[in-house]
Design a protein around this ligand. Sequence first.
Ligand code: ADP
Ligand code: MG
Length: 385
Amino acid sequence: MSENKKQLLEDATGKEHIIEIKDLCKSYDDNQVLKNITFYIRNNEFITLLGPSGCGKSTTLRIIAGFETADSGIVNFEGENLLDTPAYKRHINTVFQRYALFPHLNVFDNVAFGLHLKKVPKDEVKERVTKALKTVGLEGYEKRYIDQISGGQMQRVAIARAIINRPRVLLLDEPLGALDLKMRKEMQIELKQMQRELGITFVYVTHDQEEALTMSDTIIVMKDGVIQQIGTPIDIYNEPKNAYVADFIGESNIIPGIMSKDLEVTFAGSTFECVDKLFKEMESGKENPVDVVVRPEDIYVKEEAPDHINGTVDSIVFKGVHYEIIVKSDNGIEWMIHDVDPVNVGQRVGLTFDPDDIHIMRKSQFSPDPDSYGVKVEDQAEDEE
Ligand code: ADP
Ligand code: MG
């Protein structure tokens, strides 16, 4: 084991990779649901698979757990291939959205179930169950039956049961999906705290981008069985790799643009200073098509002016913390803006944003249709041959 541990690959952060997944492929009949999935999981991190329903998140998790086998590809755990290791022998446990608790047992016995099966001595069972219930904030609930506790408490019981065997890795498949919004927000914070305290690697699955941004050290964005981007929440939010990630991870304005040199981009009829350089495959002096993202909260609504993007307020909706404002600029683009100050529908305004709030992405299959912006993009069409 210690030999294997030494073989664990380390990355630039010096952290060990507890799990490495290479080129996982999986099909159900003709439906390929995982297409060359490759990523690693650092020891003790909170990593989240994020993507819309059906993109292959649960399938990936089930393969890591050993409930499902891949058609091809490798899952390494601490440097050892898990292919021939049955689920129950992996140092991995799973919490499902449906908690699968036993209604005829009380909280204590639900959590103790696995230990009883393993014939762990009674004193030790008591000690470990008490500790696990304390970790999830359920001290004093030992004698309650499952139908006498709330959904949030059931979720805690399921987590207590999953950590009782001290797994190295905990897989959580949309564990908060059945809870109402307020309880979900509370549990998000608590789960993150638990993960830190326990020192267990959490692999979390959700389709909720806000949940992923709140809880994760690393996010893996998936679509149709393909990984679109891997990064920290801040990376993914601020530097989305393509229009799909930009759109999925938060509301954004995605506009086709042209870059001909470093630190300068042309879109929406003007040329702007930016902080990005040409991508390495792009030639300076050439009209390289790109996608440009500007987040709604990064746009300032000001007076009309020659060097602003001028337009007319189309709609305004109060969203609690901010107003969501749509401005139609004179060049035919609809801008979504989040601002704390209201404006009037029909009002003329000028929009501005800072150079470091302009994010440049490569063109992809998810790029917006230029026609939908009403702007002429002949330059771009030429460039694409
Ligand atoms: P997610 O968890 O991201 O919502 P899943 O991994 O559950 O997605 O499913 C990915 C795709 O695989 C979906 O199209 C789903 O219908 C299909 N799928 C999952 N499990 C099975 C199965 N046992 N048999 C056939 N198709 C399946
Ligand atoms: Mg799922």
